[in-house]
Design a binder for this molecule. Sequence first.
Ligand code: NAD
Length: 254
Amino acid sequence: MNFDGKIVLVTGGARGIGAAIVKQFLENGAKVMIADASPDGEQAAKQWQNQGKEAVYVQCDVSREAEVNHAVSVAEQQFGRLDIVVNNAGIFPRADLLQTDETFWDRVMDINLKGVYLMCRAAVPLMIRQGGGCIVNIGSLHSTVGGEELFAYAISKGGVVTLTRNLARALAKHGIRVNCVHPGWVASHGERALMKANGEEDNWPEQHASKMPFGRLQTEDDIAAAILFVCSAHAGQITGQMLTVDGGLGFNLS
Ligand code: NAD
């Protein structure tokens, strides 16, 4: 897949699945903005620059409108356009209904759902002016099958599905495609930290592998590869779709 000259913004691109998305776009010719709340993004961008890749870090908490608008304005000032936005930043703290107080609910919604809305609202006018673009939102299997211990999370990702369909319909006339990729289970930076905090052994991914239809969890690169496909010219007629990359895990959940 060729993304030569394309300008890509990845939220949450400092670590985990986002870092793999950044890597694959850079390896396929794109110029990438890492928009992340964590300063780790700066270090990541520097490492890519040392390898001759065009990666830029912009401090951006997606739940803050001013920071989201700033990230898009940096893309416009620095590159003059923004071809692809991947709304990947997200948090997945565990809590059921009764453990979910208002502050917890608001935090999950602010990052996972409001953050996607804010970034779309900031980026779409630029995409309309330039005559098209592509947005990929990262959902979750839990958006459709729920998740008792992931109450607010599952609902936030359900909102991302509706947002995706709504915008795909509204923006097609501007040449903007909007899709959603649902990862299955990835032992990402954030998931490992969470499992460790929950007292799981370091080898939990191997322990759980037998529950996976293909005998392993998904990797960050599995998810990133699907995202690159959805953003590529090969997917030019694909919009408003949910692409699940779960190695068949969803069959066990539904
Ligand atoms: P991760 O915790 O490893 O990485 C998340 C990245 O997002 C980090 O770089 C973090 O700094 C950044 N981030 C967090 N809050 C932010 C904010 N407010 N603004 C900007 N950046 C922020 O997580 P991950 O596992 O790579 O998850 C990435 C996405 O994939 C999330 O949307 C998550 O819900 C989704 N997902 C993950 C899994 C999984 O199994 N890991 C499964 C389904 C969906």
